[in-house]
Design a protein around this ligand. Sequence first.
Ligand code: ADP
Ligand code: ASP
Ligand code: MG
Length: 405
Amino acid sequence: MDNIIVQKYGGTSVATPERIKNVAMRIINLKKEGKNIVVVVSAMGDTTDDLIELAHQITSNPPSRELDMLLATGEQVSIALLAMAIESMGQDVISLTASQVGIYTDNIHTRARIMDINTERILEELNKDRIVIVAGFQGINEFNDITTLGRGGSDTTAVALASVLNAEMCEILTDVDGVYTADPRIVFNSKKLDTITYEEMLELATLGAKVLHPRSVELAWQYDVPLMVRSSFNEGEGTIVTNMKLENDRVVSGVACDKNVAKASIYGVPSRAGVAYKIFSALADNGIDVDMIVQNMTRDGKTDISFTIAKENLNETSKVLKKVSEELESDGVTFESGLAKVSIVGAGMINHPGVAARMFEALYELGINIELITTSDIKVSCLVKEDRAEEAVRKLHDVFELENI
Ligand code: ADP
Ligand code: ASP
Ligand code: MG
């Protein structure tokens, strides 16, 4: 089928009945242009946060299968309400859950990955000239159990649908006008980018710019899905995420900040082959993702290793690392939260030496201590104290003159 557009509306965009009606109107206007429309919606406003909070009022450690069962209800509310709004405006429409569509995922509850999507039902409904509204963020696994895709996962539902339906565009409609040089809530003079490469966007998303779910960018890049981020409140053009590199690669395109970071360290471990393997395989076996890793210089045959993890994995990490520490007869372990990772990203960095030094200088000027550093071809990340992070983001935005981009 030709002319398919997939649109995704985020939580803020459908937070109230009024906003849902506005979104319905916007979808109907697009339909009048002759498009076949598939809409993905998130849960209304803070629904997902509230549901998580509710679960924690019952138990401090909700089983992930039941958490998914609970969280998926948020999107079922919004698809039904949006479908009602569209129907009341005289347009044929149907809402579908992931199970009704056939969005199949793996079995990893609360951060499942989409494995396959059945397009039959959607195409059947589009062929009846209906608008199809699909619940974002949710899937079903091989046991027919409900899964969710991780926070922000509705973006990934939209991109995956756009890919399997061969849509001409996947539009992510949100509460900002596009992708900015930094979070506009932190940097008031940040600039909207007209275009950004998949590669840069993937780095920014992974490093904490929550405007797109990292997995959605990965999928769009892999399957060449035309992707646009734009406002749900106005008709502005937004930001196109593309393969096209700019002629003059920007040295730095954006600054990102991730406050969901904790640090773990293990001291005085023997410096010999297999030690890092032992530590990090134990973490991996427990499903703990590790991000930044630093190993100190060896003294007297011993070394220290520090790494970062997501805050919610701190307890689990502590259990695993204490056990490994005993087995390795290390000098001890420490854990620290209240940290944030501040990063600069830019495809042009590869050809410009000295970018990292400028970043470190900027942080030094603010008297901010850097606890860990990691780099890649197109990014530099520094771990700093959380209460200094926003200041650091603003300073870096200034130093790299991103307001003039
Ligand atoms: P939605 O509910 O529509 O999915 P999100 O809250 O997940 O919206 O993502 C949009 C938010 O992402 C914006 O309100 C903004 O504060 C934040 N954000 C962080 N970094 C950026 C950036 N570089 N560009 C635009 N928005 C950003
Ligand atoms: N409702 C889910 C969340 O808040 C998914 C999404 O908004 O993309 O994380
Ligand atoms: Mg989001």
